[in-house]
Design a protein around this ligand. Structure first.
Ligand SMILES: [Cu+2]
Length: 188
């Protein structure tokens, strides 16, 4: 009972930490990148808010599909003759590095026409997004992307030792929070 509450509190904390980091969106959610599930990728994209630094993940069987990034005219006409880039692993992570529309489709003949196409719009960085905010004294700056502190609940000593001081301060704050959480649970 107590353990379950602690676990719930910890997962809450991890989720809160992840909210401040770049998001990863699996295209099509559980259906993935496919033609058989009749996924409306336009609808899928419209339910998300994409920001620079977010990652989209295309999961599919590479025997049957691929991913091509294309221009808007190519997207509209399902023209696969000259893609900007092509991905074929079946597990393709693409980090969104610039704002505006990003056009993708499956380059296997007929699949784009069948609706396996994705147009997503990455929002222009606003002054309110944490990415462009200058660090303030009241809140520590967000962890840089090459430190996977939010991915592992208990960073190894070597990782902790290599953290720069702002990240170290944040790490210490998180540990303090964890300790207080555990104590709160045991006290109740
Ligand atoms: Cu396909």
């Amino acid at each position: 009972m107590m353990a379950a509450r602690t676990v719930a509190a910890l997962s809450c904390l991890v989720m809160m930490l992840r909210l401040s980091e770049a998001a990863v969106y699996k295209v099509g959610d559980s259906a993935g990148w496919t033609t058989i599930a009749n996924v409306d990728y336009k609808q899928w994209a419209s339910t998300k808010t994409f920001h620079i630094g977010d990652t989209i993940l295309f999961e599919y069987n590479p025997q049957f599909h691929n991913v091509m990034r294309v221009t808007h005219p190519m997207y509209r006409s399902c023209n696969n003759s000259n893609p900007i880039s092509t991905f074929t692993t079946g597990n393709d992570s693409i980090t969104l590095t610039n704002h505006g529309h990003h056009f993708f489709f499956c380059g296997v003949p007929g699949h784009c026409l069948a609706g396996q196409k994705l147009d997503l719009n990455v929002l222009r960085p606003a002054s309110t997004t944490p990415l462009s905010d200058p660090p303030t004294s009241s809140s520590p700056p967000p962890l840089t992307t090459n430190i996977p502190a939010a991915e592992v609940p208990g960073p190894s000593p070597s990782l902790a030792a290599s953290l720069p001081s702002p990240a170290m301060a944040r790490f210490t704050a998180v540990v303090a929070l964890l300790v207080s959480l555990v104590f709160a649970n045991f006290a109740s």
